[in-house]
Write a protein that binds this ligand. Structure first.
Ligand code: F6P
Length: 318
């Protein structure tokens, strides 16, 4: 039996740990593994190499992805998917494991429609996949954002300012929500919650009146650009307002303990699912368990916004 593995879309810390888990579980079970470089683009260009236990030595702790990644426009077409399935057949790859986010899951589902045996492992810092409580890379990105908030808070207090910290997440506010909660941000601006800028400013001024030296506002990228919010908030509060976009720093770095463990569980389970002949699914983590949910069903699942956590964060940061 031969498995192919690729990483696709935005890289996420812990992808390497997942690749390692896949390769080692496969080799332990006498299954061959081929690494497909540069995601679906590399599949179409036949950028494929056999992997061994040595290919994954010393990568558990590394950010990025040794297989590299891409966002392929051609693979999003019928002709692209057909070519992808042909290449897999040509290389004798019986099962494909895709590590990536929603876009990559759509690609995998298109391959499944053509009869390819495929499994997806959620890998994205955004944590925006409705099917899984957690995706690989999210915890590390939140930890990175938290570290940045702590540093920004020092200078914000020193100058008695407001500081807006913009984080990634596409249309999902999870990075802002969880980093804001653990970082004690005074306000959260998230795509899932209607923004009332006047109420936010009032809250910031109340904190200042009570003696707060700093105000941190977490802004999710799905709500717009921090520079626009700096202008609006400074105009209304008359308090000097600065901003920082954390950008790609959130995608790098050594994966956290939680992300390494998640990657180990998901990589191991992906191969075990292949051995048990239950493919065509996404390996998800739900309430602490790992299960396979059919790709089509997984794609339909809406991300549930944790309104309770948002409300708790608002209480804790008065
Ligand atoms: O999906 C992960 C992510 O980092 C998003 O948070 C962000 O919007 C996007 O990727 C950036 O993509 P790119 O690497 O193509 O600039």
């Amino acid at each position: 039996m031969r498995i192919g593995v690729l990483t696709s879309g935005g890289d996420a810390p812990g992808m390497n740990a997942a690749i390692r888990a896949i390769v080692r579980t496969a080799i332990f079970n006498k299954i061959e593994v081929y690494g497909i470089n540069r995601g679906f683009a590399g599949l179409l260009e036949e950028d494929i190499t056999p992997m061994s236990v040595y290919s994954v030595a010393d990568i558990l702790q590394r950010g990025g992805t040794i297989l590299r990644t891409s966002r392929s426009e051609f693979f999003a077409t019928d002709a692209g998917v057909k070519k992808g399935a042909e290449v897999l057949a040509e290389y004798g790859i019986d099962h494909l494991i895709v590590i990536g986010g929603d876009g990559s899951t759509k690609g995998a589902a298109a391959l499944k429609k053509l009869g390819v045996s495929v499994i997806v492992i959620p890998g994205t810092i955004d944590n925006d996949m409705g099917c899984s409580d957690n995706s690989i890379g999210f915890d590390t990105a939140v930890t990175t954002a938290l570290d940045a908030i702590s540093k920004i808070r020092d200078t914000t207090s020193a100058h008695n300012r407001i500081n807006i910290v913009q984080v990634m997440g596409r249309k999902c506010g999870d990075i802002a929500l969880y980093a804001g909660l653990s970082g004690g941000a005074e306000a959260l601006i998230l795509p899932e919650v209607k923004t009332d800028i006047d109420a936010i400013c009032e809250r910031l001024l109340q904190g200042k009146d009570r003696g707060k030296l700093h105000s941190i506002v977490m802004l999710a990228e799905g709500c717009g650009n921090y520079m626009d919010y700096c202008v609006k908030i400074e105009e209304r509060t008359q308090v000097t307002t600065r901003g920082t976009n954390l950008g790609y720093i959130q995608r790098g770095g050594s994966p956290s303990n939680a992300d390494r463990n998640l990657a180990c569980f998901m990589g191991y389970n992906a191969v075990m699912n292949i051995i048990r002949k239950t493919t065509g699914c996404v390996i998800v983590q739900r309430c602490g368990s790992y299960l396979g949910i059919p790709l089509e069903e997984a794609l339909q699942m809406k991300k549930i916004f944790r309104q309770d956590i948002y409300e708790m964060a608002s209480v804790l940061s008065i």
